[in-house]
Design a protein around this ligand. Structure first.
Ligand SMILES: NC(=O)c1ccc[n+]([C@@H]2O[C@H](COP(=O)([O-])OP(=O)(O)OC[C@H]3O[C@@H](n4cnc5c(N)ncnc54)[C@H](O)[C@@H]3O)[C@@H](O)[C@H]2O)c1
Length: 342
């Protein structure tokens, strides 16, 4: 494989800045073009990042033809992920798409099948998996220090005033945000979803049009129960963006604030009404900026293109996190628990 990977970035809105900051630090990436249905958005990014030789336009098909990219970075809004990704795959490009993979399971399955058919990589920016705190907690839980997991709770409470597409979108918390938290639950516990019972609502105080709050109970493989409580219109006492977590294992429990604050206790005694416990510590690895978040994921994606490997957030696995989101929406609509179709 040649040294530089030619990349066409589509969707030049807010998150594209994070992508460009990361991508332009990598010598192996050449940003060949910028596309947005809003020309001035693409022009502004070209100017801001001094991409004087890059193609700038509004027509994705024309940009594909003119730039002949190896890969497409799809930073468009969720409803456009399917169309852009399918076109890119059909033109023989690898695709890295922003979360959520797609706006429906039907679209997501077709995207995964198309990637398989063309032998191209289709991966999703599920950037939480690329933070040292999350990796540290995953390692701690896998070490068995608190025994096999039985129960997980996560709370997400943020009063986020975005403006823009989120204010109007349906199921805003579940579709645009909970995908991060649900994917974390899968990553941290190495389990997949089986069933879900969810209640989604939009409180009278909400500044969103639809679904700013949701509570969901998932049954995961191995009989683990995962409970999610979330609100995107909770003013005050906010959690971190990664959420506040409790893990219960057969020999102890752990509490985590989603960042560096972590505490755990394991039982030492075998008798007594409440068993004796001792504290156990966690060790987080040193943070390396180049491996964190979007940058870590983009680097891995490029490495996988060059070495023919599969990224951690490959769409054929990430579709299971999307299934948790869409299963929760279905359960809330039907007002009963539903089996999650993978
Ligand atoms: N991973 C994260 O932490 C994270 C954070 C923020 C946003 N996101 C995701 O990134 C995506 C974009 O979010 P944003 O906040 O940048 O939105 P945004 O509205 O600021 O930008 C989206 C851009 O896409 C363009 N666009 C829409 N349809 C298009 C199409 N068919 N072709 C070309 N351009 C098109 C719009 O004109 C706009 O400029 C969403 O899927 C969102 O969920 C992820």
């Amino acid at each position: 494989m040649k040294n530089q990977i030619r990349v066409l970035l589509v969707g030049c809105g807010a998150i594209s800045r994070t992508w460009l900051i990361s991508a332009l630090k990598e010598k192996e990436i050449n940003i060949a073009g910028l596309v947005d249905i809003n020309r001035s958005a693409a022009e502004k990014k070209a100017e801001e990042f001094k991409l004087t030789n890059a193609f700038v336009g509004t027509n994705f098909k024309e940009a594909l033809r003119k730039t002949k990219p190896d890969a497409v970075f799809n930073c468009t809004v969720p409803e456009a992920h399917y169309e852009i990704t399918m076109l890119a795959l059909k033109e023989g490009c690898h695709v890295l798409v922003e979360k959520p993979l797609a706006d429906s399971m039907d679209h997501a399955r077709k995207m995964v099948r198309q990637a398989e058919k063309t032998g191209k990589i289709l991966a999703v920016i599920q950037n939480r998996r690329y933070y040292n705190y999350i990796r540290g907690v995953e390692k701690f839980l896998s070490s068995g220090k608190i025994g096999g997991l039985t129960t997980i709770n996560s709370e997400f409470y943020i009063g986020a005033h975005f403006g823009g597409f989120r204010d109007k979108m349906k199921h805003v918390l579940l579709l645009d945000m909970a995908i991060h938290t649900f994917d974390m639950a899968r990553f941290l516990t190495h389990t997949d979803p089986v069933t879900v019972y969810c209640h989604e609502w939009n409180p009278f105080s909400s500044w969103y049009n639809h679904g700013a709050c949701a509570n969901a109970i998932f049954e995961m493989t191995g009989g683990i129960v995962y409970t999610y409580l979330g609100s995107w219109c909770a003013e005050g006492l906010n959690t971190t963006w990664t959420g506040r977590w409790r893990f219960i294992g057969e020999k102890g429990s752990a509490l985590w604030d989603g960042m560096e604050k972590f505490e755990a206790q394991k039982t030492t005694g075998r008798t007594g009404f409440i068993r004796k416990t001792r504290n156990i510590a966690i060790s987080f690895s040193e943070r390396k900026e180049e491996n964190e978040g979007h940058r870590g994921l983009i680097r891995e994606f490029i490495h996988c293109i060059k070495t023919d490997k599969k990224p951690l957030t490959s769409a054929d696995d990430n579709i299971k996190s999307l299934a948790m989101v869409l299963g929760a929406i279905e359960s809330s609509r039907k007002k009963r628990p539903v089996r999650i179709k993978l």
